[in-house]
Design a protein around this ligand. Structure first.
Ligand code: HEC
Ligand code: HEC
Ligand code: HEC
Ligand code: HEC
Ligand code: HEC
Ligand code: HEC
Ligand code: HEC
Ligand code: HEC
Ligand code: HEC
Ligand code: HEC
Length: 360
């Protein structure tokens, strides 16, 4: 699909830049297709924006570019109010292993550029907060911002460190979102210290794996007989959900369930001359999004699906039994072939003048 190709290209661009530090000052502004940042002479090192999972992120998210490390704010750590910044070289003296794995990430690219221009720029400390107290007493909990649940740093402080640069855009509704209320930290899904995933600095090797660390049940539904091609790597949970929070139920990216589905199944949007009411109301009247053991992601097999609502049709509407199967005593066409759909084939709506019963 085109959408996935575009993501691939965008990601490859970011990684290609990240892989080579040397020519960055020349190539970074040229890579920046967002437009605004590249033209800002006071801040020439803005990195290209990364918004995976949507074809036109600017339109979807009212995109806000993260400030580069050249003008990075020092992360605030209320647990070490007197600490002063010490600079990256002090940190890497003790943390050379972390510093090595970190060197392959998007952030390290920005840091490298900023550090070369001015060695006093907060780099490690842009996320971890001022480090003088920690450098003297590394065992003291809370003296450095730790992004783990048992590191002694409250989750709000952790998120605050990241939000210093990443507030707004897709994270407009982080505060109050179901993940925030359940005490998730940014680092439950992101590990910026190493390049574990091709895109998005995920904590696992892909977005879907990251979600599956907690939502195993949902991931398993995608293993059912009928599913959209997520296990095949062609879709991600974030095609439909924004894990950072939305104003809708179930973290959906769009206002309604149907709008989510229309993004890819545009032909179901209509308008139709003859609408089928439950389709217009909610696709989930008949479908389940994550996987089904029925055909076509249906919540129940036809004809039972239809009979949940249509009990008083002009058809005989008796209960079906085995004698009514194709090889029984009294074969019934509503159980043969595609059941009700043999005749009512245009179940999502019809544009045919003779289609009020969805026959054509
Ligand atoms: C529940 C998992 C989860 C949590 C928690 C989470 N993220 Fe993300 N984040 C993701 C995923 C998945 C993507 C990829 C999104 C996409 O492709 O649309 C992403 C993308 C991003 C991106 C890059 C693209 C963009 O949207 O700008 C940034 C920056 C980011 N997250 C920052 C944060 C910050 C800051 C926090 C904490 C306040 C946070 N994330 C918390 C899962 C999470
Ligand atoms: C004198 C050596 C030293 C210096 C300098 C130093 N650290 Fe540490 N750091 C340590 C040690 C030792 C630990 C492990 C502490 C422990 O296990 O409780 C540690 C732990 C950490 C942790 C993990 C905390 C946790 O509980 O998960 C982070 C994050 C960290 N350091 C970041 C930094 C940063 C950023 C700097 C620079 C501002 C820095 N360190 C400077 C020695 C140092
Ligand atoms: C973009 C923000 C960010 C920057 C910049 C950053 N870190 Fe981290 N660091 C994190 C997060 C988030 C974690 C927690 C990773 C996890 O989930 O294990 C972490 C973890 C660590 C740890 C704990 C051990 C580990 O690997 O999990 C150390 C030590 C550390 N960082 C040192 C550094 C040093 C040194 C620098 C500068 C070279 C640095 N960090 C730059 C965000 C950052
Ligand atoms: C000093 C500013 C700054 C801080 C603090 C910061 N980031 Fe970033 N981050 C950036 C910049 C700049 C980029 C690249 C440009 C962009 O995507 O907007 C970036 C990119 C990212 C991306 C996209 C990754 C990719 O490979 O393209 C993720 C995810 C992310 N940051 C997560 C985090 C998390 C989680 C934290 C906190 C632990 C954090 N950032 C803290 C500046 C920052
Ligand atoms: C660290 C664990 C964790 C991770 C990782 C995680 N989630 Fe969640 N998620 C939760 C918790 C806790 C809830 C609260 C509801 C519950 O108990 O299931 C939740 C709820 C949700 C909901 C339901 C929202 C609602 O209003 O009912 C959605 C949708 C969701 N997560 C999507 C995702 C996606 C997509 C990812 C991957 C980008 C992800 N989650 C990663 C822990 C996690
Ligand atoms: C094709 C779109 C789509 C994809 C892809 C998708 N979801 Fe959902 N998801 C939905 C819709 C629609 C709902 C709302 C269900 C409702 O309103 O009852 C939902 C609901 C949820 C819920 C809350 C309700 C529940 O069923 O427990 C969670 C948690 C969730 N999704 C997680 C995930 C995770 C994790 C992934 C990736 C493995 C994922 N979703 C992939 C569309 C999607
Ligand atoms: C990001 C794109 C995307 C979104 C959003 C999306 N779908 Fe799909 N859907 C697909 C793809 C791709 C297929 C597989 C098509 C194929 O194999 O020809 C598919 C297949 C299906 C099928 C047929 C499954 C089968 O087994 O034959 C149904 C039913 C379906 N989607 C319903 C929905 C519903 C309902 C929603 C909204 C909750 C939705 N889709 C949202 C991409 C999407
Ligand atoms: C009244 C029940 C019902 C509702 C509501 C419904 N569908 Fe369906 N859908 C079906 C049935 C039954 C099939 C199987 C058709 C077949 O076997 O030919 C199906 C098949 C599909 C398919 C796969 C075959 C195809 O036609 O492409 C997609 C995709 C799909 N539906 C999307 C949607 C979307 C999107 C919505 C919401 C706008 C929706 N459906 C609402 C009953 C429904
Ligand atoms: C969630 C309830 C629901 C489900 C499930 C459902 N329908 Fe409907 N259907 C309706 C409603 C409501 C109408 C509109 C009735 C009206 O306008 O009087 C309708 C209208 C129709 C009509 C046109 C009838 C008329 O009087 O204009 C046909 C034919 C039909 N449905 C067939 C089906 C078939 C076949 C299935 C199973 C694949 C199905 N429906 C599943 C609720 C449902
Ligand atoms: C052999 C073809 C055929 C099959 C199979 C079939 N129908 Fe019909 N159905 C029709 C025809 C023809 C009409 C139009 C009758 C009329 O307009 O007077 C109709 C009309 C309807 C109507 C609208 C009229 C009414 O009675 O209110 C509904 C609802 C309906 N069918 C539902 C179903 C359901 C549910 C099934 C499966 C259990 C089903 N049909 C199976 C041919 C079929």
């Amino acid at each position: 699909m085109r959408i996935f190709l575009l993501i691939g290209v965008a990601t490859a661009g970011v990684l290609a830049v990240a892989a080579s530090f040397a020519p960055i000052s020349a190539s970074a502004p040229a890579q920046d297709t967002a437009g605004t940042a590249a033209q800002d002479p006071a801040n020439p090192y803005h990195l290209p924006p990364t918004h995976f999972g949507s074809e036109n992120p600017q339109a979807v998210h009212a995109f806000v570019d993260a400030p580069g490390f050249a003008d990075a704010p020092l992360a605030r750590n209320p647990q070490a109010p007197d600490a002063k910044p010490v600079g990256q070289q002090v940190c890497t003296a003790c943390h050379s292993r972390e510093s090595d794995t970190f060197a392959h990430t998007t952030h390290a690219l920005g840091m490298q550029v900023a550090f070369t221009a001015n060695p006093d720029t907060p780099t490690c400390e842009a996320c971890h907060g001022p480090g003088s107290v920690h450098a003297q007493a590394p065992e003291q909990p809370g003296a450095i911002i730790a992004f783990t649940h048992d590191g002694g740093t409250p989750v709000e402080t952790q998120a605050g460190a990241c939000m210093g640069c990443h507030a707004g855009g897709p994270r407009d509704h982080w505060l109050g979102s179901i993940h925030q209320r359940n005490q998730l930290s940014c680092s439950d899904c992101h590990n910026p210290m190493a390049q574990f995933s091709a895109e998005g600095l995920q904590a696992q090797d892909s977005i879907n794996q990251t979600c599956a660390t907690c939502h195993k049940d949902i991931r398993q539904q995608f293993n059912r007989r009928s599913h959209m091609p997520l296990p095949e790597g062609q879709m991600a949970c974030v095609d439909c959900h924004n894990p950072h929070g939305t104003i809708n139920t179930a973290l959906l990216k769009t206002d309604t369930v149907n709008e989510t589905c229309y993004q890819c199944h545009a032909e179901k949007r209509g308008p139709f001359l003859f609408e089928h009411a439950p389709v217009r109301e909610n696709c989930l009247n008949c479908h389940t999004p994550h996987g089904s053991n029925q055909h076509a992601l249906l919540v129940a097999p036809v004809p039972m699906l239809c009979q949940q609502c249509h009990s008083h049709t002009r058809h005989p509407n008796d209960m079906f039994n085995e004698q009514m199967l194709a090889n029984g005593m009294a074969p019934d066409e509503r159980l043969m072939g595609r059941g009700c759909l043999t005749c009512h084939s245009q179940i999502h709506g019809s544009n045919n003048p003779a289609g009020p019963r969805f026959h054509k």
